[in-house]
Structure formats: C-alpha cells, structure tokens
Design a protein around this ligand. Structure first.
Ligand SMILES: Nc1ncnc2c1ncn2[C@@H]1O[C@H](COP(=O)(O)OP(=O)(O)OP(=O)(O)O)[C@@H](O)[C@H]1O
Length: 310
C-alpha cells in the first residue's frame, strides 16, 4: 500500500493575541482519511488553531501546511472547507437557495440535491433559514461545506444544537466520506463524542497538546485508579519508576498517584515508605480528561502522559 499523504502539518506553531499566548508550540500531523478530534476545554486554543489551518490568521511563529501547500492556496483550490459555529447564513433565503447561491461561487461542485441529501436536509429544502433550528442551520453549513468535495474538512463543534438522531446521521455521513479519503478535524468539548466518532483524539489544554492517541489509548489513561496517601517529603521519583504509574501529583503532604496497577503501588507505599492513611479510588473518563487538561485545582503537580503519545 502507498504511504498516506500528510493532510495537515503544524510545526512549532504559536499564536499570540497581544500578551495572550493562545497556542504554544504545537506540532501535529494529520494523515489523509483520518477523522481526528481536537478535544479540550474552553480557551484551550482549538478555534485559534483551526483558524490558522484555514488561513484566516497567521501563526506568530512556526509553520502550517495543508496538503503540502500554504493554507490560503489550499483554500483557493477548493481543497478545504469548514463548518464553523456561527455566521455565514442569510436568514431570508431558503435552505435550497442558500446552497444554490454558495454553489454559484465555485467552478466545480457537487449537485445541490446530493449535498442536501448527504446533510439530511432534503425535506426542509424550501424552508427559510430564519425558520430553521440551530441544529438544522448546522446541517445547512455542513451541506455548503460539502459542495466543493473538499479533501480536508474542519468542523468547529459541528453538532451543537443537533438532537441525538441528527448527531448520529451527521457522523455516519462524515465517516463514509472519510473512508473515501477525506480528512476531518473537529473541535469538541465532549469526550464521549470524540471517543465515539474519531480515529484519533488530540487532547489540548492551555495551547499545548497534552495527549495524542486513539480513543482506547486515551481511555486507558482513565482506566486506572488513584492511590492517595499522606506522605511528607514524598519520593515521587521512586513512585514514577514503579511500572504502570501514569501520573503523580503532590498537594502539600497529600500525594495522588494515578496508576494502572494500584495494588503494586499500595504495597510499595505501605511497606517501603513512611506513607500512611492510604485510600484507593476508581478513576472515571471525565476525571482523566480533567486531570490531563489541567482543569483540576492541582497547583503543584507533575504530569506524565507518555502512555497516550502516538
Ligand atoms: N482575537 C482574540 N483576541 C484576544 N484573545 C483571543 C482572541 N481569540 C482567542 N483569544 C484567546 O485565546 C485563547 C484560546 O481561544 P480559542 O478560542 O482558540 O479556544 P477554544 O479552545 O476554541 O475555546 P472554546 O472551546 O471555548 O471555543 C483564549 O484564552 C482566548 O481568550
């Protein structure tokens, strides 16, 4: 089989807004046909990164390439399309008129009926945009993005406002196109959505990538337990050397050890160290997300996410 082509490449990308560093040295490569979730909390830098891939803004430093060329050149060639959260719709046009109008701006496009069908909005084609629900408007944006049959599709929280059935149909259609080689990068806050629909999850927090792997790799970070002990002058290095330890956090005299094999950790702590008052709790997916994206209140912590790096 031939080597997959690189659809998106970011190297050493940073973006500053005045004194705010929104993106801090991101290196990322997406291969053609991958469906990748860009997962992170509010303000993580997802939209800023997508804007740079779309050529809407330039990195402060580093380089962005789309299918081997400058983002703006890739857009000009109709290779890239996006579904953003807001804007871009004229309320007085019908759904069909909106697609027809957008179509008139391109040289080579898919037929209107085909994109309406793929986006699941054939039945509301004659409805005015103003009368469409938020989820229906998102589907209309999706239909417009499909017109140029883009090699790369960028989606910023695409299913906002869609009901369960709408989401399912939307993702089914995305997955079908990915099989034909389309690369999809979507930003989301939802771990479940990322896990269910992406081949790969890139977890971002405070402008950096904190984990990058398949859903099951990311979930394996969450599959372990947390061992908490009271331990003055903790020797965290020794703990990190034990097998299966993902993360060690120190908060004053409390030490939290995130580990796959909590029995070994507990045995070691109680027999080889002065740690006491030991407690073991199971860690959920949501907890893993929060601890990896640094949205817990741990101020004095060390993180290690090597387990999820691909
Ligand atoms: N035009 C701007 N001027 C100043 N600061 C900005 C600008 N755009 C983004 N930021 C800041 O950059 C950081 C990253 O924002 P960004 O919108 O990329 O995050 P996000 O991950 O997309 O968040 P959300 O999930 O809320 O959409 C935030 O701290 C934000 O306040």
């Amino acid at each position: 089989m031939s080597q997959p082509l690189t659809a998106v490449s970011l190297s050493g990308v940073t973006k500053d807004f005045g004194r705010v560093r929104a993106v801090r040295g991101v290196d990322l490569e997406l291969q053609q046909g991958e469906v990748v979730a860009f997962l992170g909390p509010n303000g993580a830098g997802k939209t800023t990164t997508i804007d740079m891939i779309l050529g809407l803004s330039k990195p402060t430093s580093g380089e962005v390439r789309v299918l081997g060329i400058e983002p703006r050149a890739a857009i000009a060639r109709g290779l890239v399309a996006a579904v953003m959260q807001t804007g871009g719709l004229l309320k007085d046009l019908t759904v069909r008129e909106t697609v027809e109008y957008t179509r008139s701006l391109f040289v080579d496009t898919k037929p209107t009926d085909e994109v309406l069908a793929t986006a699941g909005i054939t039945e509301i084609a004659d409805r005015k945009v103003a009368k469409c629900s938020g989820g229906e408007q998102q589907r209309l944006r999706f239909a417009m993005a499909l017109l140029s049959d883009p090699a790369l599709l960028l989606l910023d929280e695409p299913t906002t406002g869609m009901d369960v059935e709408g989401r399912r149909a939307f993702w089914q259609s995305i997955r079908q196109d990915a099989k034909k080689g389309r690369t999809v990068l979507f930003a989301t806050h939802y771990l479940e959505e990322a896990d269910q629909y992406a081949d790969r999850i890139v977890l971002v927090s405070h402008g950096t990538i904190v984990a990058d792997g398949t859903g099951s790799q990311i979930k394996s970070l969450a599959s372990g337990r947390v061992v908490r002990v009271t331990w003055e002058n903790a020797d965290t290095e020794a703990i990190t050397r034990l097998g299966g330890v993902d993360d060690v956090e120190v908060r004053g005299d409390q030490v939290y050890i995130h580990a796959k094999d909590s029995d070994t950790v507990a045995k070691y702590l109680l027999t080889q160290t002065s740690a006491r008052d030991l407690e073991i709790t199971a860690k959920g997916l949501e907890d893993a997300f929060l601890s990896l994206t640094g949205t817990t209140d741990s101020t004095d912590s060390t993180h290690s996410t090597e387990g999820a790096q691909s």
